[in-house]
Unconditional design. Sequence first.
Length: 209
Amino acid sequence: MSNIAAVRQLVETGKTKLIAAATAEALKEGAAATEILEAMIDAMGVVGEKFSTGAIFVPEMLIAAKAMSKGVEVLKPHLAGKSATSLGTCVIGTVKGDLHDIGKNLVAMMLESAGFTVVDLGVDVPAEKFIAAIGDDVKLVACSGLLTTTMPAMRDTVAAIKSSAASHIKVLVGGAPVTSEFAREIGADGSAPDAGSAVVRAKELLKAA
Ligand code: B1M
C-alpha cells in the first residue's frame, strides 16, 4: 500500500495514534502535502457516506475527525507559507449550532499563510460573538457551516453583521451546503467552495472594498 493510501485508511478508520507517523512518512517519501490533504478529505467523504448509510455512527465519525486533525498538524508547516504582506485581521468561526471545525481550521490556516491575522472564535459561534470580535483592524469575517440545519444560523449571522455598526465589513461564507446562490441570498459578500479558493475570494473582496 502506498503511504498516501495508508494515510487515507488511517483517517477513515480513525487510527489517531498512527496517523502522525504515517503522514510524516508520506512526506518523507516525497508526497506533496496538498496531495496527502486531498486523500484525508476524500477519507472524510467516505466516513460521511458510511454515516449516511448507517454503517458507522457519531463516535466513529468523531474519531476519524480526530485522526484527520492530528494528520493536518503534521502537514501544517508544509501547507502554510509565510506571507510578507499583512492583509489585516480576519475573524473566523463555525456558526451557531454547528460543531464541525476541520474545514474551518483549514480555511483559517490558509488565510493566515496568505497574510491575514486570524482570530478564530471556534465552533457554535452566535452572531453576537462574531460582532463583538470585530475591532478596528478587522477587514473580513469568515463564517463556516457544514449542516443544512445551521444554514439559518449563517443567514442570521450575516444579517446581524450587516445591520450592525460593522455593516461595511466584508463577510465570506462557506462549507459543504453553502452555494454561491445561498451566499448571495443571505447578503454575504462572497463564498468559496474550499480553503484555497477562500483565500482568493477573500483577497478579491478586500480589493473591491
Ligand atoms: Co457531521 N455531518 N454531524 N460530524 N460530519 C456531516 C457534515 C454530514 C454531511 C455527514 C453525512 O450525513 N453524510 C452530515 C450533515 C448532513 C446535512 O446537514 N445535510 C452530518 C451530520 C448529520 C452530523 C450530526 C447531526 C450527526 C448526529 O449527531 N446525528 C452531528 C451534528 C453536530 C453539530 O454540529 N451540532 C455531527 C457531528 C459530527 C462530529 C462532531 C462527530 C464530526 C465533526 C468533528 C469536527 O469537525 N471536529 C463530524 C464529521 C467528521 C463529519 C464529516 C464525516 C466530515 C466533515 C469534515 O471534516 N470534512 C461530514 C461528512 C462530509 O463532509 N462528507 C459530516 C473534511 C473537511 C476538510 O471538509 O468541513 O466540508 P469541510 O470543509 C471544506 C469545505 O466545505 C470548505 O473548505 C474545506 C475544504 O478545503 N469550507 C469553507 C469549510 N468552511 C468554509 C468556510 C469558507 C470557505 C470554505 O469561507 C468562510
